[in-house]
Design a protein around this ligand. Structure first.
Ligand code: ZN
Length: 301
């Protein structure tokens, strides 16, 4: 009897996927997004710390970033089907950080194309357990199989899908990562800027480049977007990149002054505390690393 109950319970748990209870938010008539929490991934948020968007292309959806796990991608698509029951025509991965693409295999197992930059070939580390595998619950991570994009592009590309034109633009220089891709919809002037824009937590430039990042933001400005959606944070008006831009501009100015004064890296980290940014989430774990990484770039100027 005990064993039978055990088998029944086991079957029940293996059938029920972890439910992220995701709620899509309408950004424009053709774009809905899921906005993650301004937190570090853990077993409570289970990686729901990142944004994922659905573009309505009339005949189907284009998904931009698939989130931290298979279950996340499944929860998101189920929620979108309640808004409009459309098939997914294409998935786009904006960059190699694993909170943005570990939901890929939910789509690839249905035969859906996934497109990313060729940076996945170079810099996506597939040998180690992923960060999500390490930090979120095994229940939430279940069924996740790290799956790289099936198609990789190396330069800007324009796609026509259903009633949408999608302009895929790759930052010219190393910025948040070695290759950051954004998606611009000229019809509705929506820019999905991914991790070039953070606005409710401090951005992280570790592995990136402060100069390239600020240049990339200038280039995005020229698109004249009406809605700008970042990879983290739920502000989506045309000035949604403001915090990221102001933060790195002030940081660059202060580090340049410190270098001009002859300060070394440790003293610069102590000096460039930028207290007004302490109000933002993740200041503690992120800010000093940003100063350190940026000092190493700026000291060569
Ligand atoms: Zn990222």
């Amino acid at each position: 009897m005990k064993t039978l109950l055990g088998i029944l319970l086991l079957t029940a748990t293996s059938l029920s996927a972890y439910d992220y209870a995701l709620k899509p938010v309408r950004v424009s008539s053709d774009v809905h997004c899921f906005f993650g929490k301004p937190e570090i991934m853990d077993k409570t948020n289970n990686g729901n710390i990142v944004n994922s968007c659905y573009i309505d292309a009339g005949e189907g959806y284009v998904v931009v970033d698939t989130g931290p796990s298979y279950s996340y991608a499944e929860s998101a698509y189920k929620a979108m089907k309640k808004i409009k029951s459309l098939p997914v025509k294409l998935v786009i991965n904006t960059h190699i950080h694993d909170d943005h693409w570990l939901g890929n295999n939910y789509f690839t197992e249905q035969g859906i194309r996934v497109l990313g930059t060729d940076d996945f070939k170079v810099n996506a580390d597939m040998s180690e357990p992923t960060r999500m595998q390490t930090y979120i619950s095994s229940e939430a991570y279940a069924k996740t199989k790290p799956t790289l994009p099936s198609e990789m592009i190396s330069s800007d590309t324009t796609l026509n899908i259903g009633n949408q034109t999608l302009e895929l633009k790759i930052a010219k220089h190393k910025a948040h990562t070695a290759k950051d891709m954004v998606v611009f919809l000229p019809k509705s002037k929506v820019l999905i800027a991914a991790d070039l824009v953070f606005n409710d937590r401090l951005p992280s430039v570790r592995g990136g480049d402060i100069n390239g990042w600020l240049t990339a933001l200038d280039d995005l400005d020229k698109l004249g977007a009406v809605h700008v959606i970042g990879g983290h944070g739920n502000r989506t008006d045309k000035d949604a990149a403001r915090m990221t831009r102001e933060y790195f501009t002030q940081m660059r100015n202060e580090i340049r002054s410190a270098i001009a004064e002859g300060l070394g890296i440790d003293d610069t980290i102590k000096k460039v505390t930028m207290e007004s940014y302490q109000q933002y989430k993740l200041y503690e774990g992120t800010h000093r690393h940003n100063v350190e990484a940026s000092y190493r770039v700026l000291e060569w100027e």
